[in-house]
Ligand binder design. Sequence first.
Ligand code: ZN
Length: 172
Amino acid sequence: MSKYSADRNKFADLINANEHYAQGFKYSELSGSAAKGLAIITCMDSRINPLSVVGMRSGDAKILRNAGARVTEDVLRTLVLATYLLNVDRILVMPHTDCRMAQSDESTLHDEIEKQYGVDTRSLEFRVTRDQEAALETDITRIRAYPLIRKGVSVIGAIYDVKTGKIDFKNF
Ligand SMILES: [Zn+2]
């Protein structure tokens, strides 16, 4: 017995659900290219279903998620691959309302974890922002200015409202 077998029990619902899912599987014809040419960068927030909020389905779009929907080095790396090799020619960066990453500052979050768990996380940059809109504009600019992203790719920023399901598409 592996010492991790107790961990596996924590995933019993997933294992069970996948058996049912695979029985009715209908996506075997899809390719790994984004059929609608779209990449979405959004937050890890569990209230967001990034495909359905913009009318997409499996196979249509590349989804990149992290805390706060920030454009990090790894997001840029992934976008370079997606724009050259996986048919992506439009990019939506979509943070959301009521985001934990836009409610305090960096040191407050570190302090909170330290206080509750006794762990010093300050060697990590969480990329927290108090001005979500300004951070979004900076992130959009970061993608547009990145020299290795394929030419002709369109980039838009938007904020998803977790209370209404509406997306506020920005003009910057
Ligand atoms: Zn969030």
